[in-house]
Write a protein that binds this ligand. Structure first.
Ligand code: ZN
Ligand code: ZN
Length: 250
């Protein structure tokens, strides 16, 4: 498995940190997880063609996680060289179908009749089986409907929290994971309800027995503070503060 952080930021524009997006290469599949503003550009920067991912997983519907979706659909629709039968499957929590329909309605007629197959599936607490790998999803605590996810292949596991506060579900998703990509929105002193801090992210990784922890979804104060030290007090494993375009091989 190969995991690239395309965007380690938030809704706040920062030159160094694009809005949230992660691309996971698992078996022959490329799955994009979230699609905030700037994702399409970062994807091409990572050397991945925008026609590469056939799966898009939306953790939730806050704008920093979905803003490039309509732009991506428009780009695909305007691509003449899409192979016949080319399709995109959008996975997300309850409400994903309505969101996609509303986006298409807002941008009609351009997104009304698409030149490719588009499928949308809403997920809950479940495991989906793909060719040789599994995707598990659980509702996490974010104040709006939100899912965390876990990708498993050949005994390897990557967990991605999406936006969440501390909750048993995110610990479960991270259980014994080789790599846990957890949001870390603010330093401990500026804790916001529905989001994690370095201390809480470290606590989750420790309780779950993760091997490596990546802190992402970093608001600007995180870059003005030592977020590693409080996290280290909680978690004995390796900790990485995410930067855009960081790649991890699991
Ligand atoms: Zn967010
Ligand atoms: Zn959010």
């Amino acid at each position: 498995m190969q995991v690239t952080i395309l965007g380690s930021g938030t809704c706040i524009p920062q030159w160094r940190r694009s809005a949230p997006a992660v691309v996971v290469r698992v078996q022959e599949e490329l799955m994009l997880v979230d699609c905030g503003a700037g994702t399409l550009r970062r994807l091409s920067e990572a050397g991945i063609d925008y026609r590469g991912p056939h799966l898009l997983f939306l953790t939730h519907f806050h704008l920093d996680h979905i803003a490039d979706l309509a732009a991506w659909l428009f780009a695909l629709h305007n691509t003449r060289e899409l192979p016949p039968g080319w399709g995109l499957e959008v996975l997300g929590p309850k409400g994903t179908t309505a969101l996609v329909n509303r986006l298409r309605a807002a941008h009609q007629p351009w997104l009304q009749e698409l030149s490719f197959q588009l499928a949308v599936h809403e997920l809950g607490n479940e495991t989906r089986h793909f060719a040789g790998w599994q995707l598990s999803t659980m509702a996490v605590r974010h104040g709006s409907v939100a899912l965390g996810l876990r990708v498993q292949v050949q005994g390897r596991a990557v967990a991605i929290s999406g936006d969440t506060d501390y909750c048993p579900a995110v610990v479960e998703l991270c259980r014994d994971a080789d790599l846990a990509i957890l949001e870390c929105s603010t330093p401990d002193e500026q804790k916001v309800d529905g989001h994690l801090t370095p201390t809480l992210a470290g606590r989750i990784a420790q309780e779950a027995g993760c091997k490596k922890l990546v802190l992402t979804h970093l608001y600007p104060p995180c870059d003005q503070t030592d977020i590693l030290s409080p996290c280290r007090k909680q978690f004995a494993g390796e900790i990485v503060v995410a930067e855009d375009m960081m790649t991890f091989v699991v």
